[in-house]
Write a new protein. Structure first.
Length: 128
């Protein structure tokens, strides 16, 4: 059962990675180049053919300007964040800080919509 769970997790992470990269407007080729890996290796990451190493996860997070939580879990823990404090912190990083925050929130909303849509489709396809 653990191997099945691991495969399921790897597929979910790969799907989120693809969704985030696409939403950010970055091609697979650009990702591979920025990460310093072969294009086919990156494609395998998005197709769950390879596990994402910690090193690659950090690189992906930096390149796409998202948290590793968003890639791994599809959320950033925003339920536990005081948004006023977060906005003040984002402003400390200059104009890009606040834009990155807004971009992250929009991406989270799109991912939640995709998850809700997938869950709805799954419920509809279940036998009665």
């Amino acid at each position: 059962m653990d191997k099945i769970d691991d495969l399921h997790d790897r597929i979910e992470i790969a799907n989120r990675l693809k969704e985030i990269r696409s939403a950010k407007g970055v091609s697979q080729e650009e990702m591979a180049e920025k990460m310093g890996i072969a294009h086919i290796t990156y494609v395998k990451l998005e197709n769950a053919g390879h596990n994402i190493t910690t090193k690659n996860l950090k690189k992906i997070s930096e390149i796409l300007n998202v948290t590793t939580d968003l890639i791994l879990f599809g959320r950033t823990g925003v339920d536990n964040i005081n948004f006023e404090d977060y906005i003040q912190c984002a402003k400390l990083f200059g104009p890009d800080g606040f834009e990155s925050f807004k971009e992250s929130i929009e991406l989270i909303q799109r991912l939640r919509e995709v998850d809700q849509s997938a869950a709805s489709d799954q419920r509809e396809s279940m036998p009665v």
